[in-house]
Design a protein around this ligand. Structure first.
Ligand code: SAM
Ligand code: DTB
Ligand code: SF4
Length: 338
């Protein structure tokens, strides 16, 4: 395995960024910004490794929330068919396929405002089974209470995904059915219980550059940075309010990835939804700027992802290898299961 050059002491890790500092970072000459981001990347991470996660929608559609980007909101007129919670055996089968394709983490998403305690029982069975397959687990189920977070921790959940989505200032243009503070509260419950936090957002929803800086500031000034930071580029879906939004310029997108890497040097920065619309060259720039994780597999939750063969070909051209999951905890889970 390729090792990072120097594992830094934590002197580069800050939690007190001003908005102006982040705006200045985003506006640096491109080469200077990428040099800074890539240098930090080499200091904290294996240079040529990318972590790969697979996604599965375990409960699709009919969501009561009104997130303006989302195909699954009952409030939007999209072509998504409502589906019930997937049966356990189907989830296990999908996890085994993802593992055999080289994914180290299996992320399960449900179109809920929040899970009921009954729903949570079933998700916990899925977490136990996926850990038994030997994969890291991540779930994204909407808002959680303190007690639900504890139950997920007890079940051995590795990561909880809950995105800030955008800046507090732009938030009301995107979602009205829950507040920015609701999101912070859920993240706090997850953090308090010692589950790894996966939180990021979406670019290209018509937000301004200051909104991107402000969203990054929210993430970077958390007392502990999210271990995983997914940066999505809006997948425009017909029938959603954000369909037809001004997208984001590709250079601006790469700048945002570089800024995320500089602000949160130890985190995994995931080049998430929207890769399907990106050229190989744009993705290569994102990896150079510090992205070191992707969603792999033909489907995201409801939309197309890049073809796996295309991803493998790109990895080959760039000399990138999938990184291995932290095996110690997983081996314990496998031993318990067998
Ligand atoms: N219902 C749960 C929730 O919202 O917390 C979990 C699933 S939700 C689909 C997870 C995240 O996916 C959203 O917060 C958003 O950041 C991202 N996402 C959803 N639709 C997207 C789209 N069309 N383009 C880019 N990202 C999207
Ligand atoms: C995240 O930040 N992106 C993923 C995952 N977390 C759950 C979801 C992307 C969804 C893209 C649109 C869709 O497929 O419906
Ligand atoms: Fe529901 Fe999540 Fe989609 Fe929002 S993003 S509408 S909460 S599934």
């Amino acid at each position: 395995m390729t090792q990072a050059n120097t594992i830094s002491d934590n002197s580069d890790i800050r939690h007190d960024w001003s908005l102006q500092e982040i705006q200045d970072l985003l506006q640096k000459p491109f080469n200077d910004l990428l040099f800074q981001a890539h240098s930090l990347h080499r200091q904290f991470h294996a240079h040529n490794e990318v972590q790969i996660s697979s996604l599965l929608s375990i409960k699709t559609g009919a969501c009561p929330e009104d997130c303006g980007y989302c195909s699954q909101s009952a409030k939007h007129n999209t072509e998504i068919e409502r589906e019930r919670l997937l049966p356990l055996d189907e989830v296990i089968e999908k996890a085994k396929i993802a593992k055999s394709n080289g994914s180290s983490r299996f992320c399960m998403g449900a179109a809920w405002r929040n899970p009921t305690d009954k729903n949570l029982d079933k998700v916990i069975d899925m977490i136990t089974a996926v850990r038994g397959v030997g994969m890291e687990t991540c779930v994204t189920l909407g808002m959680l209470t303190d007690q639900q977070s504890q139950r997920l921790k007890d079940a051995g959940l590795d990561y909880y995904n809950h995105n800030l989505d955008t800046s507090p200032e732009f938030y009301g243009n995107v979602i009205t059915t829950r507040t920015f503070q609701d999101r912070l509260d859920t993240l706090q419950h997850v953090r308090d219980k010692g589950i790894n936090v996966c939180s990021g957002g979406i670019l290209g929803m018509g937000e301004k550059a200051t909104d991107r800086a402000s969203m990054l500031q929210q993430l970077a000034n958390m007392p502990q940075h999210p271990e995983s930071v997914p940066i999505n580029m809006l997948v425009q879906i017909e029938g959603t309010p954000l369909f037809g939004s001004d997208g984001i310029d590709s250079i601006e997108f790469v700048r945002s990835i570089a800024a995320a890497r500089i602000l949160m040097p130890q985190s995994q920065v995931r080049l998430s939804a929207g890769r399907h619309e990106m050229s190989d060259e744009m993705q290569a720039m994102c990896f150079f700027a510090g992205a070191n994780s992707i969603f792999y597999g033909d489907k995201l939750l409801t939309t197309e992802n890049c073809e796996t063969n295309d991803d493998l070909a790109l990895f080959g051209r760039l000399g990138i290898k999938p990184s291995a999951a932290d095996q110690s905890e997983l081996l314990k889970a496998e031993a318990c299961h067998s």
